[in-house]
Each structure stands twice: as C-alpha cells, then as structure tokens.
Design a protein around this ligand. Sequence first.
Ligand code: ADP
Ligand code: G3P
Length: 498
Amino acid sequence: MQQYILALDQGTTSSRAILFDHDGNVAAVRQQEFTQFYPQPGWVEHNPLEIWNTQLAVAREVLQANGVKPSQIAGIGITNQRETTVVWDKNTGQPVFNAIVWQDRRTAAICDELKAQGEEAYIKAQTGLVVDAYFSGTKVKWILDNVEGAREKANRGELLFGTIDSWLVWKLTGGKVHITDYSNASRTLMYNIQKLEWDQHLLDVLGVPASMLPQVSPSSQIYGQTSAELFGAEIPIGGIAGDQQAALFGQGCFQPGAAKNTYGTGCFMLMNTGKERITSNAGLLTTIAWGLNGEVHYALEGSVFIAGAAIQWLRDGLKIIDESPDSEFFAMKAPSTEGVYVVPAFAGLGAPYWDMYARGAIFGLTRGTSKSHLIRATLESLAYQTKDVLGAMEKDAGTPLAVLRVDGGACANNLLMQFQADILGVSVERPKIIETTALGAAYLAGLACGFWTMADLQSKWHLDRAFHPNMSAEERAKLYKGWQKAVERTMGWEDSEK
Ligand SMILES: Nc1ncnc2c1ncn2[C@@H]1O[C@H](COP(=O)(O)OP(=O)(O)O)[C@@H](O)[C@H]1O
Ligand SMILES: O=P(O)(O)OC[C@H](O)CO
C-alpha cells in the first residue's frame, strides 16, 4: 500500500494539511482559513481552539477524501507560524487568552522598557534576536500581567506556554507531550542559542516561570503518537520546525551559504550558516535553522512583516481586487507605478529597520494615479523589502548572492518575480513545488520515520522557472532611491516622542 508523510502547515491565515508521496510530490491538499481578530489598532489575535479545529479538520479531510488510512501515514511533520503565543491551563487544556500573533504590536512599551534596562546587547548576544514586539517573550509577559489570575496560576505551575507547534502537539497527543524544537524555541526571546537552554536571566526579567516552558528538542525525531481517536489509529509525529526554517529545509538549502525567500503573509529570507552563528551588523537575526542528527544548524534571517498581507489588504481592506492572483492582471496594465510607492508598514517595520512605530503610507500620488498603479506599487513593495533584506544579508555574509530561491503563495506571481529579479540584479529561481514549508516539515518527519534518507532529499529540488534581471543599473538605482526615501518617511510615525 502507498505510504505518505502528512504535513500540517499552520500558517498565519490558514491551516493546511498536505500529503506527500515518496517522490516528494504533493498527493493531496486541504486548506481552511480562520478568523483574524484585530481588537485594537496594532493588535492581532487568533483563537487557539479555532486553530486546532481547522488544523484537525483539514488533516481528517485530506485523509478521508483520498481514502488514505492512518496506517499509510509513515509520520506527521508540523510546521507553523512562529512566535505566536498560546498560554493554556495544564489541567483543563483551555487557553487562558487568545493567541497573540507575531504581528501584534501591543508589547512595544514592554520592549522599550527592556531597552531602557539595558537588555538589548544581552538579548542580541544570547538569543540572536533584537528587542521587538515580534517575539514571544513579551507576549507571554503581557498575558501574565493582564489576564486575571494568570500570574498566580503560572506561579503555581498550572499554566503552559507554547508556540503553535507546541500547542498542536499537545492537542494531537491528548495533552501528553509538551515540546518544541530548536527552530521555534529560538524565536521566543527566552532561549539561549549559544548554550541551547532556556535563559534564566531573561525568564527572570520577563517574569516567566520555567515551569511553563516546553522541552526543546531536535527538529526531526519521534515526539509522540497522535491520540488514536483523532484519526482512528495512532500516527507518529516525527518533525517540527518553524515555517521559515522548514522552507529553508524544503528548498534543499542544506549547505552553508544557500538561501531562500518565502513570500507568504510576510516575507522571510533565510541563509543557512551551518554550525556558525553569525552575528549581524546589518539588522538581521541570528536564528536556529534546525536541530538534526545531534547537531544544531544556524541561519541569518531577514524578517519582513507584511508581504502577501499587503495583497490581502488590496482584496479585503480596499476591495480593489477579488482574489490575490488578480493583482498580476491589474499590475500588468501599468508598465510602471509612475512614481507611486506603497510602504506596507502596517505592523511597523521588521528587518533591517526594526521600527515598531513605523506605519504604512502611500507616496507620489498624482491626479493620474489609477487602481493599476496602486496595485503595482503594492506588489513592488514586496520586492523592495526583499532588496532591503538581501542587501543586509550580503553585508553580513561578505559575499553577493548568486541566485535567490523563492517559494510561498505570492511567488506564483510572475510579474512580481520578474520585478524582483530586476530590482535585485540577481536571478530568481522558483521550484516546481512552492509548498516548500510543508515539504520541509515532511522531510524532517520522513527522516525520523525512516521514510527518506538525506541522500534521497539531495536530488528532489526541481526548477519550475528562472527569472533573470532585465533592467539597467541606472533604472534600478533610481527606483530604489525612491523606495528608500519613502521608507524613511514612514519611520517613527506612531511614536508620540517624534
Ligand atoms: N498570485 C499572487 N499574487 C500575489 N500575492 C499572492 C498570490 N497568490 C497568493 N498571494 C498571497 O500570498 C499569501 C498566501 O501565501 P501562503 O504561502 O499561503 O501564506 P501563509 O503561509 O503566510 O498563510 C497571501 O497573503 C496572498 O495574498
Ligand atoms: O504565516 P507565514 O508563513 O507568513 O509565516 C509567519 C512567520 O513564521 C512569522 O515569523
């Protein structure tokens, strides 16, 4: 009987379940979007139970619709939106608050306090991160400080914290396993990536009891079995990785120097740096890529908060397109933006600027500006943000990137990919499978379950299409200068001091 790996890809806007066959091809997919809550400007929440219910529903559906029995699943790989924070009661399994999403800015003031206390250098050296509301640590503190009775319960050892991977494993195993992997732990602001342990100093500073924290494990191992009643039989869980690190793995970037850029809700460029922890001088993060075969691999990361989400804003906020792919059709009608720039700093700016107080803006409007110009400028903003990050990465790595491998939903947009190659002056390569996040999680699970070996994975990457730069250096420099001017003007917008 045909065997598969089931990847559970819990993203910011949807939960997906994907079956991969032994060739690494997608055999079937199911996906459900779930509710985004914006209780106040700058706040973003998810309901952890809705995340669990949609994730379970798509996993069941993908098996049932394709007549696949649990015994045909060699293992489950989990990959997830990172940093998003869930705190739940150990005894009842009920979340004490909504999940605070990675994009949420409510803890900016806590971050400012950390900076004022002089913790910035320590945090950068020990966690590889910058002090920003993006990461989980300040979100846990906020929940303990603001949810009635939470701190007392936490101090009594009754509450558990987890990023989405931990929450899903907890639910999948019927509350038996509280675990995360190195890649997810390295996004919490509480994990010491040098010593590979939770950092007691930061736990003290944030007031987070160690009893809340999951055990940190490699990204590929058998963590436990799913409860038999969920799928009709137990299935081993064999892989866990944050979605961006999973995409790096799924893109076959196994060697130091290999890099990928994922265009999903946000846009995340990661470069494998092997066993070397490179400290960025250019506004990037040092993060754990994965733990595998007794070793931890590191990566440099440029995190852009709003990418595909800006296209969703055109669709849901402005309602000027019906579907995200329509953005290409309208952008094609305008050969250029005619000087219009959209800076989608809806959640502040991430790498390389790290400005929690920046906000979105549109520049260069004239009476001749049309819907097509606006849509094109929004698409181009994904490429400009990527250029900002690539520039930083080349500075840190000390070498120019020869080619950029891309993936994620928005990389299906050919106009965007061509503009990306043009504005970078670097070729962009899109693989046949752009579901590389799920593929990476499947690979990690497949390795743990003996479904694949590393040698099998080396040959699985196949090119769909390459986009080569076709813009003069002069034009590129002119356009990019305009972008930099626009970004500059969005910075510090929400900061009452400025
Ligand atoms: N053809 C397209 N052109 C531009 N953006 C697109 C296109 N298709 C999908 N997107 C955007 O890509 C994102 C979905 O990508 P996906 O990789 O599924 O993201 P996530 O895992 O963050 O939910 C959405 O934000 C959507 O707006
Ligand atoms: O949901 P995605 O795929 O945009 O990924 C979100 C990131 O993991 C946030 O760090």
